[in-house]
Design a protein around this ligand. Structure first.
Ligand code: PRX
Length: 635
C-alpha cells in the first residue's frame, strides 16, 4: 500500500497535508480502495446539526474491499485463523477464497430469510468464524448489523433490538468462554418475549446444549446453508451501497440513561479502518496479527474484521479468555501461530502480570514485532511489564486511544516510527486535530497543559448519528463545546506535545476496558424492590482499571447485608449483564445532596477512592452529616 507512512518525516508531511488540504489528503488515501463509482465531493460537514458526509455520491461495498479484491493475489492466504476456547480442539483456517465463499452463501441465507437492504440484524454470537461471516454477510447484502456482546443480559439485548427495530437475530445455541458455557439462545429467547419486530432467529450449532427452537421463528444455520446450496445460490453479488449508507450500529454507554446506538457508514469507516490498521501496526504482507478483543466491541469490528481484511491481512480470532486453561494462553497462541502483532487491553496485561512469569518463561515469543494496547489508560507498571517480558524490549508498544464513536484509532504511536513514552498515546494520526479546552470551552494552547479533549475537524471514521435520535448525537458530542466533537475524556499534553489520556470526565466508568454509564447501573440497582435510591461511582481497581462502587439506601436495612448485596448484584446482572455488577456496595442512610437535590458525586468519588481528607467544601450540602457516616462506614 503506498499510503504507508515509513518514517517520522513521512508522518510529519502527511500530518501537515491532512491539516492544510484535508480533502486532497483523504481523496488520495481513498483512491487505494475499490469503489464502484468515485465520489462527487470528498467532504461536506457542519458540527452544528451535526452533518458529516464523506465521499459523497460514491458507491461501494465494503466486502468487495475486504474479500473480492484480494482474490486475485491472496486467494489461498489465510484471512482468518481461529483458535478455539479449548486448546485441544483443532484450529480453523479460512483463506480469503473460503471466507468469500462463506460470506456469499450466508448473504444468500439472509436474503432467503427475507432480509432486505437497510434492515437491521442483531448478532449475538460466540467468537467463532461464523460471527465474522455473519457480520460480513450483512454488509455484503446491505443489511445493518448490530452486534451485541455476549456478556449482556436479555433485557439489554431487548432494549437494543427494540431501539433498532431489528428484524432478525443471529445467534448460537451457546458459547464457550473459559470454563463456562454461555447459554446464548436461552438469553435470546428471554429477550424476544419483548421484541415483536424479530421475525427470524438463525441459530448456529456450537455447544449443542439443549435449546428451544420455535416453529416459524427459529431456524438452524446449517439447515439454511444447505437450502441455499441446494438452490445453487453460491454466489452473491455485493449490494451497491452509497458511501453514506449505514454499515452498522454499535451500542455504547454514555453519561445519561440508556445506551446509544452509534452509527457508522460504509465509505468513510472503511477508509479509516483500513488506513489506521495499516499505519499504526505497520502491517507487512504475511504477518500474523492477533487482536484479543471481542467482536462485540468496536475494537473487534475495526481491528479484527474490517481494518485487517480491507488490507488483506491475516487476522487471528480467539474464542476464549486469557486465563483459560491457564494464564499462559495468549503466549501459547503467540508461540503456536508465530504471531507478529499482538493487540490487547491493559486489564488483560495486569491480570497476566499478577499470575507471574512462570506462564511466560518457556514460551517462544520471538515472532512478536509489535505490541498494542487499547481501551483504557495503561499504567506505567503494566506498560513496562509488557515491554520487558512480552516484547523483550524489542517491540514498540502502540498505546492506541480511540472510542466507539471515532470508528478507528485517533491518537497513537506508529509502530517503530514514533518514539514511545509509557502511558502516553503520543501523537494524533494524520487527519486528526485534537484540542484541549477549558471549562468555558476556550482552546488551551501550548504544551504542558491539560483539559478536556475535543477534536475540531471531521475524520472519515467518525460517528454520523445515534440511531433513531439525531438530537441525542448532537447533545452528547457537539453541544458541550461550540464547533467541536467532545470526547468525554480528560487529557494532558506534555512538553513534547505528546498526549496522555487521563480518563473520563463524565459519568462513564471504564471497567476492564468496558464502558459503563453510572446512570445505567443506578437505574438497575433502583429496580431492586427494597432500594430507595443509589449513587454509583468508579474507583481505582488494581486489575480492572476502575471498579464499580455503589452507595445504596434501602427501605428496610437488612439484617443480612451480605445477602442483600448479592441480591442487588444479581438484579444488576439481570438488567444489564454480569459486566456491570458492582464491585462494592455500601449501604447508607442518606446521600450527599445539594439544596437543590443534586447528588454530589465528586464527594462520593473521593470517598470511594479513599481520599477522605480532600472532600472539598461540604458546607453547601443539604445535610453535611451524611458525609461523616458514609466516610466512617466506607468499604
Ligand atoms: O476513556 C477512553 C478509553 O475508552 C473510552 C472509549 O471506550 P469505547 O468506546 O468502549 O472504546 C474502547 C476501544 C477503543 C475512551 O473515551 N480509552 C480507550 N483507549 C484508551 C483509553 N484511555 C486511555 N488510553 C487509551 N489508549
Amino acid at each position: 500500500m503506498n499510503f504507508q507512512i515509513k518514517s517520522i518525516e513521512d508522518y510529519q508531511l502527511a500530518y501537515k497535508k491532512s491539516v492544510d488540504e484535508p480533502e486532497e489528503f483523504w481523496a488520495e488515501i481513498a483512491s487505494h480502495f475499490h469503489w464502484r463509482k468515485k465520489w462527487d465531493k470528498v467532504l461536506e460537514w457542519n458540527f452544528e446539526e451535526p452533518k458529516i458526509e464523506w465521499f459523497k455520491g460514491a458507491k461501494l461495498n465494503i466486502t468487495e474491499n475486504c474479500l473480492d479484491r484480494h482474490l486475485a493475489d491472496k486467494a489461498d492466504q489465510p484471512a482468518i485463523i481461529w483458535e478455539s476456547n479449548d486448546p485441544t480442539e483443532h484450529h480453523r483456517v479460512l483463506t480469503y477464497k473460503q471466507l468469500h465463499q462463506k460470506v456469499s452463501l450466508f448473504a444468500n441465507v439472509l436474503k432467503n430469510n427475507g432480509v432486505r437492504k437497510g434492515d437491521r440484524v442483531c448478532i449475538y454470537m460466540p467468537m467463532v468464524p461464523e460471527l465474522a461471516v455473519a457480520v460480513l454477510a450483512c454488509a455484503r447484502m446491505g443489511a445493518i448489523h448490530s452486534v451485541v456482546f455476549g456478556g449482556f443480559s436479555a433485557q439489554s439485548i431487548a432494549d437494543r433490538i427494540k431501539d433498532a427495530q431489528c428484524e432478525m437475530v443471529i445467534t448460537a445455541d451457546g458459547g464457550f468462554r473459559g470454563a463456562k458455557d454461555i447459554p446464548l439462545k436461552n438469553v435470546i429467547d428471554d429477550a424476544l418475549v419483548q421484541c415483536p419486530s424479530v421475525k427470524t432467529v438463525i441459530v448456529l450449532t456450537r455447544t449443542r446444549t439443549p435449546i428451544s427452537m420455535i416453529k416459524g421463528r427459529d431456524v438452524w444455520w446449517e439447515d439454511e446453508i444447505r437450502k441455499v446450496e441446494t438452490l445453487g445460490l453460491l454466489e452473491c453479488e455485493a449490494e451497491e451501497m452509497d458511501a453514506e449508507d449505514e454499515l452498522f450500529i454499535l451500542y455504547t454507554s454514555g453519561s445519561t440513561g440508556k445506551p446509544k446506538g452509534v452509527v457508522h457508514t460504509c465509505g468513510g469507516y472503511m477508509v479509516y479502518a483500513g488506513y489506521t490498521f495499516q499505519n499504526v501496526f505497520q502491517y507487512n504482507p504475511g504477518d500474523v496479527y492477533f487482536c484479543t478483543a471481542d467482536i462485540g466491541w468496536i475494537t473487534g469490528h475495526s481491528y479484527i474484521i474490517y481494518g485487517p481484511l480491507a488490507m488483506g491481512a491475516t487476522t487471528l480470532m480467539f474464542e476464549g479468555v486469557p486465563t483459560y486453561p491457564d494464564a499462559g494462553r495468549f503466549w501459547d497462541i503467540v508461540d503456536k501461530y508465530k504471531v507478529n502483532t499482538l493487540y490487547t487491553a491493559p486489564t488483560a496485561i495486569r491480570s497476566l502480570m499478577q499470575s507471574g512469569l512462570d506462564f511466560v518463561k518457556d514460551k517462544d515469543l520471538s515472532s512478536l514485532k509489535v505490541l498494542g494496547s487499547v481501551g483504557e489508560p495503561i499504567n506505567e507498571e503494566a506498560w513496562h511489564w509488557y515491554d520487558e517480558n512480552i516484547g523483550k524490549k524489542n517491540c514498540p508498544i502502540v498505546d492506541t486511544w480511540w472510542q466507539t464513536e471515532t470508528g478507528g484509532i485517533m491518537i497513537t504511536p506508529l509502530a517503530g516510527i514514533t518514539k514511545t513514552k509509557p502511558s502516553f498515546a503520543t501523537l494524533p494520526l494524520p487527519g486528526i486535530q485534537p484540542v484541549l479546552v477549558d471549562e468555558k470551552g476556550e482552546e488551551i494552547l501550548g504544551n504542558n497543559v491539560s483539559g478536556n479533549l475535543c477534536i475540531k475537524f471531521p475524520w472519515p471514521g467518525m460517528i454520523r448519528t445515534t440511531y433513531g435520535d439525531h438530537e441525542r448525537c448532537r447533545q452528547n458530542y457537539f453541544a458541550t463545546y461550540h464547533n467541536m466533537y467532545f470526547t468525554g475524556d480528560g487529557c494532558l499534553r506534555d512538553e513534547d506535545g505528546y498526549y496522555r489520556i487521563t480518563g473520563r470526565v463524565d459519568d462513564v466508568i471504564n471497567v476492564s476496558g468496558h464502558r459503563i454509564g453510572t446512570a445505567e447501573v443506578e437505574n438497575a440497582i433502583n429496580m431492586f424492590s427494597d432500594v430507595i435510591e443509589s449513587a454509583v461511582v468508579g474507583y481505582p481497581h488494581e486489575i480492572k482499571g476502575q471498579g464499580i462502587y455503589a452507595f445504596v439506601i434501602l427501605n428496610h436495612p437488612s439484617d443480612d447485608e451480605e445477602l442483600a448485596r448479592k441480591d442487588i448484584a444479581v438484579t444488576v446482572s439481570r438488567i444489564i449483564g454480569p459486566i456491570a455488577r458492582p464491585d462494592k456496595i455500601q449501604f447508607v442512610t442518606g446521600l450527599p445532596k445539594t439544596r437543590s437535590g443534586k447528588i454530589m458525586r465528586r464527594i462520593l468519588r473521593k470517598i470511594a477512592e479513599g481520599d477522605l481528607e480532600n472532600l472539598g467544601d461540604i458546607s453547601t450540602l443539604l445535610d453535611p452529616s451524611v458525609v461523616e457516616q458514609i466516610k466512617n462506614e466506607k468499604l
